[in-house]
Design a protein. Structure first.
Length: 261
């Protein structure tokens, strides 16, 4: 997958939040994709049509950016371009929650990439979230992800201590990553755009492609954490791991994990 991204250099249109746009763009560049960050409604359809993947992120949502997301999403659907939705802090306000449902009702979203709190908000379940952070709850996240994927007819990718990817029928759990990944802003946002880049080059088996993207990303974070113990150092090490981590190194890490199990 990573070899293909580096070879094909897919253009990924990101309508994202201003807190993470630089980190997100640099992360896409690190894996060999090309980011284009444009959220004006006047150019949303054109930029989506130029791209091979679309990443929608509601982190700093406003009326104009929502309009752009709907326009870009519909343009991407007409051209068969994969759309990844990141419902950042969906439970923090009724505006965010309503916007997510409007996007899901208007756009054929390929993947809902979220944390457990955001998934609960989208599904209308009770969860003690904290702003845009995952928060805490007693729900069975795997079961909720499966039922939401079935109901919405898309892939759900939930990140946490163990990542979960499901299409409503099959479910894959990914036991990689490191807690320090949550200490810098934008790791989830960047992941969503990397999922879009992965689908741009490998769309035949979406469940496998998205699982591979999350596995690659979590292993990069795990490796970066071994050399960086503070958030600022980790951010730099993580970008470097995204740039340098190879498919073979990912396979080796998976083999070692399976041996431990």
């Amino acid at each position: 997958m990573i070899r293909q991204i580096k070879r094909k250099n897919p253009l990924i249109h990101c309508i994202t939040n201003h807190v993470v746009s630089n980190f997100q763009a640099n992360g896409l560049l690190a894996i060999g994709a090309s980011p284009i960050m444009g959220d004006a409604p006047e150019e949303a359809a054109e930029l989506a049509a130029l791209s091979q993947g679309l990443s929608l992120n509601i982190g700093t949502l406003h009326a104009e950016s929502l309009k752009s997301m709907l326009i870009a999403g519909e343009a991407a659907n007409r051209l068969g371009i994969p759309v990844v939705l990141d419902p950042v802090g969906a439970g923090a306000s009724s505006f965010r929650k309503n916007a997510v449902h409007k996007i899901l009702n208007t756009v054929d979203v390929s993947v809902l990439r979220c944390n457990a709190g955001e998934l609960a908000a989208v599904a209308g379940e009770q969860w003690q979230s904290k702003g845009v952070d995952a928060g805490e709850g007693s729900l069975d996240v795997r079961e909720l992800a499966t039922s939401t994927a079935k109901q919405l007819g898309l892939l759900v990718a939930v990140t946490g201590k163990t990542d979960i990817v499901t299409d409503g029928k099959s479910t894959i759990e990914i036991p990689f990553g490191d807690p320090i990944m949550a200490s810098i802003t934008g790791t989830g946002c960047l992941l969503s755009s990397i999922v879009a880049a992965s689908l741009a080059v490998q769309s035949e088996v979406p469940l496998k492609t998205v699982s591979n993207a999350l596995r690659f990303y979590a292993i990069a974070g795990e490796r970066a954490a071994k050399t960086a113990f503070l958030p600022g150092d980790f951010q730099l090490a993580f970008i470097n791991q995204l740039a340098g981590l190879t498919d073979n190194e990912v396979k080796e890490q998976i083999f070692l994990q399976e041996e431990r199990i």
